[in-house]
Design a protein. Structure first.
Length: 230
């Protein structure tokens, strides 16, 4: 399996997904926009993973490469590639599918539960969140659910946490891929976002329980096995 990922900032890459994919023989490649790397052709990959970042999904004026990125995501969806988006990546997929991305009522940063929607409980991926376990969030914006997509999960702080579009496109607002090392880096690089708020935890709270990262990694494996059919 040829997996290409899009990275917007140095501190948001594949995280624990990298090891999982390598263990299953995936051939990994990347476009690091912050280094000016080019995009491949859609026929050069089987799966596209679009990672997160602190920019907004409509920030083409500040990040001119974002317009080309959206066209590339659209091309990959049209070419029937598997496409997975995480946080900003999920928002970019929503925009490509015609849904708006707007500010969430409150930023959501920290470990908070996500719960399957009614439709999600009957979906093989959405059902993986029916236990309402906490996952790690770090976002200020949110996406609307695109027309034709299945709304899979919600949280107390954000109604739209995940959607699936057909069998080959999956968008997750939250971060299952962050290990403790990656979460610590995010806390360092985006420390200015750790303000008072109803859905914002401190760095100490986020890093307090290593077992949460282990549980997230196991859940990530189940999501990837189901979505990629490995």
């Amino acid at each position: 399996m040829r997996v290409h990922y899009l990275s917007h900032v140095p501190f948001e890459k594949l995280g624990t997904m990298e090891t999982w994919l390598e263990q299953r023989g995936a051939r990994l490649s990347a476009t690091r926009f912050y280094q000016g790397e080019p995009l491949p052709e859609p026929e050069q990959l089987d799966t596209l993973i679009v990672m997160g970042g602190p920019m907004g999904a409509d920030d083409e004026a500040r990040y001119p490469w974002m317009a080309a990125e959206k066209r590339f995501i659209e091309q990959c969806i049209a070419a029937d590639k598997k496409v997975l988006g995480v946080c900003l990546g999920a928002q970019l997929i929503a925009r490509v599918l015609g849904a708006p991305v707007t500010a969430n009522p409150e930023p959501e940063i920290g470990w908070f539960p996500v719960q399957s929607t009614d439709a999600g409980r009957h979906d093989p991926i959405g059902a993986l969140f029916d236990d309402g376990a906490p996952v790690l969030h770090w976002h200020g914006d949110t996406f609307a659910i695109p027309d034709g997509a299945v709304h899979l999960a919600r949280s107390w702080g954000c109604e739209n946490q995940a959607f699936r579009f057909g069998d080959r496109v999956l968008a997750l607002q939250f971060h299952l891929e962050l290990g403790e090392h990656e979460a610590r880096a995010l806390c360092r690089e985006c420390a200015d976002e750790l303000k008072d708020g109803p859905w914002i935890q401190s760095e100490a709270e986020m890093l307090a329980d290593p077992a949460r990262f282990s549980a997230a990694q196991r859940r990530l494996g189940r999501v990837l096995e189901t979505f990629l059919e490995i």
